[in-house]
Design a protein around this ligand. Structure first.
Ligand SMILES: Nc1ncnc2c1ncn2[C@@H]1O[C@H](COP(=O)(O)OP(=O)(O)O)[C@@H](O)[C@H]1O
Ligand SMILES: [Mg+2]
Length: 508
């Protein structure tokens, strides 16, 4: 049988950038094919070409053995190809059904939309692939994982049997990743061919039947049998050299208290979501917080940075009680913050990099002088951040939109670090970014620790927690339930504390 997809010597130039440089890709029918590569390797560009959103400058595309020339996504859809983008494209204020049919509404006479037929077809598609959605739910009420399911159904609804997913797990929590993988396997068993872009190599190894590695716009490897490679092998293919690992380096912990949280309680509707939590972080120390998401970590962070008011307890920065301080005063006193969601809280995507570099620090030098914004000062600092934190970007004037996720994250980490905080609160600082950017973020946190920074690290990535932390505490239902030594704890142990299994065992 002809391969589902063959891309032969695809070249795509953008002004000043060779995004795809003679790329080859073969995807066999009915397989789950992963494309891996660092930020900027050309993965999304290649998929946009396959989906008819962009034209290749050179090269040949074959679908099921036939040469195709797509002028737009509708040509690709016609050929049975569908794509779910990195950032979802659903209308928040419409229902699931309305979103699914948007653009391909079945019509009755006089052009009226035949909702009955659409609803029936949606139910058919969802049932056929074992995907559950409620047609009448408003998209704004859905969780991220559910929204993604709607995007997938929308594509299948249009008859796609070749499905492209661009970094689908970047936005998902681990449980949702498992569910996505179950769904993809089900789709595969129904005969759908799936191409999935992912930076997370362990996830790739779990799901992929074959892997293509891109580096700097070129195909550097095709792995036909993923069981023969490790995540480390793939990472080296991606970056072309050996990577630093997150192994613990020598301790730099001092006995000077930088951040002290005492008996902190935060309520949500009278229910304690943070329940009598006490944590001390010393200069030069990284305290890791492990926990299944939704166990109070987010609210704890909100209380520390000043966006949630605690019902009881105190938060002190060195000797100053900052429990009632404003967000701005805390920031000025040296609290740095890497938020969980870089698009919601971390960046203004449509604003230029230099404004993003000033975000949260705009009232201080070098971003302002007195009452005035200091454009020159802000540009100079932004250029420093771009250089020191390897933020791949043409200038400080492009919008944050133009950067890949990893480079956006490096900009945020750089912004916070260059402000020389005393305490850093970092939430999932490397979620959804590639291994190269991840190594850079880890290194900057480690360097800052050596220089005396006190860090509170919340992460769902257990290897990251174990690799970076000096001590790990586990949060469960708002409480700290364990204090563990990263030198001896395993991800498995952590998992059983996180779910409460270890505690239940201890009580028996
Ligand atoms: N529309 C565009 N205009 C100019 N440059 C672009 C455009 N799209 C992508 N690029 C550049 O092409 C390169 C590859 O980008 P992309 O395909 O998005 O990489 P990946 O998805 O692997 O992170 C990057 O250097 C990126 O900045
Ligand atoms: Mg991309």
């Amino acid at each position: 049988m002809a391969p589902a997809i063959e891309l032969i010597d695809i070249t795509k130039r953008f002004p000043g950038v060779l995004a795809n440089d003679g790329v080859n890709l073969r995807v066999d029918a009915g397989e789950i094919h992963a494309i891996v590569g660092e930020n900027g390797a050309g993965k999304s560009t290649l998929m946009k070409i396959l989906y008819g959103m962009q034209n290749a400058d050179e090269g040949v595309m074959k679908v099921r053995g036939e040469v195709v020339h797509f002028r737009s996504p509708s040509d690709a859809i016609e050929a049975g190809i569908g794509m779910v983008h990195q950032h979802f494209m659903l209308a928040e204020n419409l229902s699931v059904l309305e979103n699914v049919i948007l653009g391909s509404e079945p019509t009755k006479s006089l052009g009226r939309i035949d909702f009955g037929a659409a609803r029936a077809h949606l139910a058919e598609v969802a049932a056929a692939y074992g995907l559950t959605v409620d047609a009448d739910d408003l998209v704004e009420s859905l969780e991220v994982g559910e929204r993604q399911r709607v995007e997938i159904i929308k594509v299948l609804y249009r008859g796609a049997n070749i499905l492209i997913l661009d970094e689908p797990t970047a936005v998902l929590v681990p449980q949702e990743v498992e569910e996505l993988h179950r769904n993809l396997r089900e789709l595969k068993s129904q005969g759908t061919t799936i191409i999935v872009i992912n930076h997370k190599l362990l996830e790739v190894l779990e799901i992929a039947d074959a892997i293509t590695v891109l580096r700097q716009g070129r195909t550097v490897a095709r792995v036909d049998d993923p069981s023969t490679v490790t995540a480390g092998d793939l990472a080296e293919l991606m970056v072309g050299s050996e990577l630093p690992s997150p192994d613990t380096t020598e301790s730099t912990v001092t006995d000077v208290v930088a951040l002290s949280i005492e008996h902190l309680t935060v309520l949500d509707d009278a229910r304690p979501v943070v329940d009598d939590v006490s944590i001390v972080v010393h200069r030069g120390e990284i305290v890791g917080i492990a926990g299944v998401e939704g166990n109070g970590q987010a609210e704890l962070i909100d209380a520390i940075i000043g966006t949630a008011e605690p019902a009881a307890g105190t938060i002190s920065l060195a000797d100053a009680d900052i429990t009632r301080w404003s967000v701005r005063n805390r920031r000025e006193a040296g609290v740095g913050y890497v938020p969980q969601d870089r698009h919601e809280e971390g960046l203004l995507l449509s604003a230029p990099l230099w404004e993003n570099a000033a975000l949260g620090h705009q009232t201080r030098r070098p971003y302002s002088r007195g009452m005035w914004i200091d454009r020159a000062g802000a540009h100079a600092r932004t250029d420093e951040i771009r250089r020191d934190f390897d933020v791949k970007s043409p200038s400080a004037d492009v919008s944050a939109h133009a950067l890949s996720g990893g480079n956006q994250q490096k900009l945020i980490v750089g912004r916070e670090m260059e402000a020389q905080p005393k305490v850093l609160v970092a939430a999932h600082p490397t979620r959804g970014i590639d291994v190269g950017a991840q190594a850079a973020v880890w290194q900057s946190i480690r360097d800052a620790r050596a220089a005396g920074l006190a860090t509170l690290l919340v992460s769902a990535d257990l290897d990251e927690l174990i690799g970076l932390s000096d001590v790990i505490v586990v949060m469960l239902r708002g409480r700290l339930v364990a204090r563990l030594d990263p030198a001896t704890v395993t991800p498995r142990d952590l998992g059983s504390y996180m779910t409460g299994a270890a505690l239940a065992q201890g009580q028996r």
